[in-house]
Structures are given as structure tokens and as C-alpha cells.
Ligand binder design. Structure first.
Ligand SMILES: NC(=O)c1ccc[n+]([C@@H]2O[C@H](COP(=O)([O-])OP(=O)(O)OC[C@H]3O[C@@H](n4cnc5c(N)ncnc54)[C@H](O)[C@@H]3O)[C@@H](O)[C@H]2O)c1
Ligand SMILES: N[C@@H](CCC(=O)N[C@@H](CSCO)C(=O)NCC(=O)O)C(=O)O
Ligand SMILES: [Zn+2]
Ligand SMILES: [Zn+2]
Length: 387
């Protein structure tokens, strides 16, 4: 079939909307109509050319929501009409990683996913006969995409599709890192480095866990008002201090924080995030994604004296078994996704979210594939960007 897709032809070049060819779902695959998708910093990171797994041309996008249109042979867990969230961290119950009960990092299709192809080694996308790569196994910047069955999470049909895309990455990543990776407990002191959508979800998650003090850190003070409204007690800008930010936080907290989260992808900040942790027990969770060749450093003494460095992908969330429950929490009103959505626009405006995110003007921009259906709902959060 012919589908309109935003194609990243090469690194550092604006995406182009093209009419490309999409092959139907093969065995174990699902054809999905994407309803909305939002831009995560990771898409921008890959477009920048700094992602060691970045491949071009590709259809980027991994934070979205859609409706199953057709299923391939052997697919039993979803049917046409189901509402789903594409999973860049799939969940195959037969995967030894999943069976371990210790991680959400399903490896069943990880290799081909990193090669920009479906599990059978081929791409469903092409343009005038030229192969176009899939991205993160999701490629949500297309009207329709094909996904392996293990990479779709069936969610409640009550979830408004106009807003649900943020449940595809930012919200579960930040909230899950708090609950599943760090396991923040009531009363804990928390530092959140980077107040984009991921950092905001960490704040929201920490507040829900009953954290006693939440400190937000960002070089862009325009993020502070939202961070405070979600639960941050203090927000600080490293540029306002004449000493390393980790020293400032250790002083502010009388010895360091119980938990810190790096939500930027900056290896120097990852060091600060470790070193602001309390001696003896403080734990730093790295969420941000750093570029090819970049490495982290600290004095090993920081670890010898009890601080812990760990990392989190997709918040440690099991996509098929746990994400639908997180969507239900949202629908019950346990948390709100509206604060994440600052802008709404059409697929044709796909490059605007990159400009807004780069300029620090947005949290999440949502792309609406059927603007007449989803952009005109009366409680749509954020502004509608004029075409
Ligand atoms: N591990 C995962 O599963 C996962 C999932 C989603 C996103 N990510 C990564 O998390 C990071 C955050 O994603 P996002 O979409 O929230 O990004 P974002 O661009 O919306 O937010 C990043 C924030 O960091 C701030 N910042 C930049 N440099 C800073 C510095 N030196 N000190 C303090 N603040 C600084 C920016 O002002 C911005 O507010 C990215 O690296 C992204 O690739 C990882
Ligand atoms: N491809 C990069 C790493 C990118 C990365 O770390 N991706 C995160 C998700 S970011 C979502 O916004 C992730 O889940 N990683 C686990 C995995 O990819 O298996 C690189 O090669 O450095
Ligand atoms: Zn993401
Ligand atoms: Zn940039």
C-alpha cells in the first residue's frame, strides 16, 4: 500500500514527507494505523547522526499510538480495531531475558531491530524500489507501520488517542525508572537532572511514591514552573552557581540525595548525578542517551564509598504486561498526561517539533495524522501550531 511517511534521508537533514510503499504484515506481524505520535529527544538524537545505530534513510518515531488495521498469519493476541502502543522494548514471554524476571530488555528481535529491519531481515518500507529502514522497531512517523506482534501493547479503548502517544515513551520511562529501577520510597530525597518530558515524568513518579524532597536541575529556567507544578520542591540552574552542581546539591541536602536521575544524555551531568548522591547509599539512575564514543568517568572511590550507578531503558517497564496498567492509572486519574503536551500539529509540520525541542520551547509536540478527528477535541492540552 502507499502511505505518507516522514523520511529521514540522511543525518542532520529535515525530514521529508513522501508517499512510500508499505508491504503488508507477514507472519507474526501487525499492520497499525498510527493516530498520533510525539517527538522524543531520542528521535532528534538519532537524526543528529550521534546514534551508533542510526541508519538512513529511515522512518523515525517511537512514541505513538494507533489502531490495528490487519494482522498477519499466526497473530492471536490482537485483532483489527484494537488500540495499541508500539513497543521499542518488546515483550516475548519465551525470551530468556524476560523469563529471568530481572529485566524488561527482551532480546528476541533486538538484533534485527538495531539493523533497521523486521525480524525476517527485510524492511516493509521502500521508496521507488529503494529500501527504507525501520527505526527502533516502531517507525511511528508514518500513517501506517508494521510491527511484530510482541511489539504491540493492547490498551484500553477509553484512552484518548489524541493524547496517548506520550504513554509510548516519556511517561513510562520516567515513572518506571522511579518505581522499577530506583524503587524510590516514601520520604526519599530525589534529584532530577534535565526537565524535559522524561525528567517531568520522574518528578511525577517520585511524587506518587511520596518522595520527601524533589530537586529539579536544568540549564533552562523556563522548565521550572511546570516541574514545580508536578511536584518539584526546588529547581536550580547550574549556571547560577560558582561551584560544581553536585557540591551545591550535597550542601542543600546535608550530605547528598537518596536517588538521582540523569534525563539529558550528557556524560558530564551523569558524573554530577552520581556525585550528588549520599555517601553509603545514594543511587544514580542514568536514563539519558549519550552519543557514539562518549564515556562516563568518576573516581572509583565514589562507588567504593557506597554510591551506585545504574541505568534504565523504557523505565524497566514490561511493555505488554505492565504498560496497559499504566494507561489505566492515567484513565483513573492517578496522574495526568496533559502537562506533557505543549504543542499539537499535523504530519506535514513534522519538522516543527524538532525546532521546538531543540530550542527548549516544548515538552512534547504531538503529531496528529487525522487532525479532524483528534486535533479538534475540546480538552486538547497544549497549543495548536498554525500550519
Ligand atoms: N533510557 C530510555 O529508555 C530513554 C527514554 C526516553 C528518552 N531517553 C533519553 O532521555 C533524555 C531526555 O529525553 P527528553 O525527551 O526528556 O529530552 P528533552 O530535550 O525534552 O529534555 C532534556 C532537558 O535537559 C536540559 N539540559 C540540557 N543540558 C543540560 C545540562 N547540561 N544541565 C542541565 N539540564 C540540561 C534541557 O534544557 C532539557 O530541558 C534524552 O537523552 C533521551 O534520548 C531515554
Ligand atoms: N542506539 C543507541 C542507544 C539508544 C538507547 O539507549 N535507546 C534506549 C531507548 S531511548 C527511548 O527514547 C533503549 O531502550 N535502549 C535499550 C536498547 O536499545 O536495547 C546506541 O547504540 O547507543
Ligand atoms: Zn523516547
Ligand atoms: Zn541539539
Amino acid at each position: 500500500m502507499k502511505v505518507r511517511a516522514a523520511v529521514a534521508w540522511e543525518a542532520n537533514r529535515p525530514l521529508e514527507i513522501e508517499e512510500i510503499d508499505l508491504e503488508g504484515p507477514k507472519e507474526g506481524e501487525v499492520l497499525v494505523r498510527i493516530v498520533t505520535t510525539s517527538l522524543c529527544h531520542t528521535d532528534m538524537f538519532t537524526l543528529s547522526g550521534r546514534d551508533p545505530e542510526g541508519l538512513f534513510p529511515a522512518v523515525l518515531g517511537h512514541e505513538g499510538v494507533g489502531i490495528v488495521e490487519e494482522v498477519g498469519r499466526g497473530v492471536t493476541s490482537v485483532v483489527p480495531g484494537d488500540h495499541i502502543i508500539p513497543l521499542y522494548t518488546p515483550e516475548d514471554p519465551d525470551c530468556p531475558y524476560i523469563k529471568s524476571g530481572k529485566t524488561n530488555l527482551c532480546q528476541t528481535i533486538r538484533k534485527t531491530q538495531g539493523q533497521g529491519v523486521m525480524p525476517d531481515g527485510t524492511s516493509r518500507f521502500s521508496y521507488k524500489g529503494q529500501m527504507i529502514h525501520h527505526y527502533m522497531g516502531t517507525s511511528t512517523f508514518a500513517e501506517y507501520t508494521v510491527l511484530p506482534e510482541i511489539a504491540v501493547a493492547k490498551i484500553s479503548k477509553e484512552a484518548p488517542l489524541a493524547k496517548a502517544s506520550v504513554m509510548g515513551c516519556a511517561v513510562p520511562t520516567g515513572m518506571g525508572a522511579v518505581r522499577n529501577t530506583a524503587k524510590v520510597e516514601a520520604g526519599a530525597t530525589v534529584a532530577v537532572f534535565g526537565l524535559g518530558a522524561v525528567g517531568m515524568a520522574v518528578i511525577q513518579g517520585a511524587k506518587m511514591q511520596g518522595a520527601g524532597r524533589i530537586i529539579g536541575i536544568d540549564t533552562n529556567p523556563e522548565k521550572f514552573a511546570l516541574a514545580k507544578s508536578l511536584g518539584a520542591h526546588d529547581c536550580i540552574n547550574p549556571a547560577d552557581f560558582g561551584q560544581p552542581i553536585q557540591d551545591v546539591i550535597v550542601e542543600m541536602t546535608n550530605g547528598g540525595v537518596d536517588y538521582s536521575f540523569e534525563c539529558i544524555g550528557n556524560v558530564n551531568v551523569m558524573r554530577a548525578a552520581l556525585e550528588c548522591c549520599h555517601k553509603g547509599w545514594g543511587e544514580c539512575t542514568v536514563i539519558g542517551v549519550a552519543g557514539a564514543g562518549e564515556e562516563i568517568a568518576t573516581r572509583p572511590f565514589q562507588l567504593v564509598t557506597g554510591r551506585v550507578w545504574r541505568g534504565s531503558a523504557f523505565g524497566g517497564v514490561l511493555g505488554r504486561s505492565q504498560l496497559p496498567g499504566m494507561v489505566d492509572e492515567w484513565l483513573r486519574g492517578d496522574f495526568d498526561v496533559d502537562p506533557y503536551i505543549t504543542h499539537n500539529m499535523t504530519h506535514e509540520q513534522i519538522n516543527t517539533p524538532f525546532d521546538l525541542l531543540h530550542a527548549g520551547k516544548s515538552i512534547r509536540s504531538v503529531i496528529h495524522f487525522q487532525p479532524n478527528d483528534t486535533m479538534l477535541v475540546n480538552d486538547l492540552p497544549g497549543v495548536i501550531v498554525p500550519a
